[in-house]
Design a protein around this ligand. Sequence first.
Ligand SMILES: NC(=O)c1ccc[n+]([C@@H]2O[C@H](COP(=O)([O-])OP(=O)(O)OC[C@H]3O[C@@H](n4cnc5c(N)ncnc54)[C@H](O)[C@@H]3O)[C@@H](O)[C@H]2O)c1
Length: 461
Amino acid sequence: MAAEASSGGRPGAYSATMKDELLSKIRDRRAVVGVVGLGYVGLPLAMEFAGAGFHVIGFDVNERVVRDLMAGTSHIQDVPGEAVEKHVASGRFEATTDEQQLRRCDAISIAVPTPLSKTRDPDMSFVNAATETVARNSHPGMVIVLESTTYPGTTREVLQPRLEHEGRRIGEDTFLAFSPERVDPGNPTWHTKNTPKVVGGITAACTEVAAALYAACIDTVVPVASAEAAELVKLLENTFRAVNIGLVNEMAIVCDKLGVNVWEVIDAAATKPFGFMRFTPGPGIGGHCIPLDPHYLAWKMRTLNYKTRFIDLASEINSEMPEYVVRKIARALNDDQRSVKGSRVLILGIAYKRDIADMRESPALDVMRLLEERGAQVDYHDPWVASFRENGHSKSGVPLNQEVLQRADAVVIVTDHSGVDYQMVADHARLVVDTRNATSKLKPSRARIVPLAADRQSDKA
Ligand SMILES: NC(=O)c1ccc[n+]([C@@H]2O[C@H](COP(=O)([O-])OP(=O)(O)OC[C@H]3O[C@@H](n4cnc5c(N)ncnc54)[C@H](O)[C@@H]3O)[C@@H](O)[C@H]2O)c1
């Protein structure tokens, strides 16, 4: 545990002593690093710190997660079990549900969930609980960094007062910052270590210490002037994606009405070497970030009497996409003299994006629900998701074979996992509604293929 340094009564000396001691501990890896919340964000981060030579204490409230990690098993796709096993065996990494272990830490990163409430307002209960835990176990000589995506002002308005209540002096004996996580689950190129990390502290000293901590295990650290700037960076990034996905989804609807192939338009526009960035339409947005994060900003701005119109509009268009897809399916079935009611529909891919198992906020769930409400019999196949539970109901996937395909009145590609043989699908299915352009390069097949948005020719062919 860090020793409490004496200020000797000189202003600034206390701060310099604590800061220098912490920086020195980070430099020579004597600093013990705590990670609170060992999920998609926290576990990869914990592994990076351990890999960089720190002793890492992972704290999570979920006993199963902790037990499995201590047994060398990873529950996060991007973190191989061998990495966990190696760091547990070497003593570099320990997972615990005992919050008092956090007292041994010199640095703590918090990566707990930030969902939305039923009314789509920020649900800060996890951040509040983690703040309580960290504050209760804090001591002078600590750097504390919030990583959970949240509204601008959280670090200063929620964490700082709680830590000060415990007697911590922010910027003097305790260093507090925000650093957004940018992990992209399943991305083979960009991961925690090589994705630049933005860090913004409550004071300049806070930024300096937090930046030094991350520089020890992440290739590029980008300091910004305040915690609020760092909080807003993450919200800008994800709002940018939500708005552009909303735009391209609207473009798909436009193309559909005009009888133009949206994929052809996007591919051709993307040949422009400047001033255009490729986004692709789909059945809606999913995951823990894009559908949720912009609402943290919208909520905060509502408290300041400002309406974030781009966020609201993009959210409206993106959340209507499952309805649009279901109307496509209904029209396509109608062309086959069938109604949705009583039809067998096979959904291909239910994870929220390609080649991952995460189905949080997946638009596939909405597509399924809407079809079932209209009386369809819905099965699904997803090589990454054997079964799932939602609202107390569980559903298991079916195998993907000729018999299943032939039995379906419509096959709907919602998520285009790369391991699926789409030629086999098109060769045996009767009707394929393709929301992801997964079938564009197939040889002529038995199935009539209906794209998300395209020329009427292919729709009618
Ligand atoms: N998943 C992503 O791709 C991603 C990317 C960037 C940012 N983020 C953000 O990072 C944050 C964490 O997201 P995640 O996807 O890692 O969540 P997650 O659900 O995968 O993991 C969160 C972990 O925190 C634990 N937890 C909950 N309350 C706790 C508490 N009080 N103390 C200790 N542990 C607690 C849970 O048991 C869980 O293991 C969120 O704010 C999210 O928006 C996520």
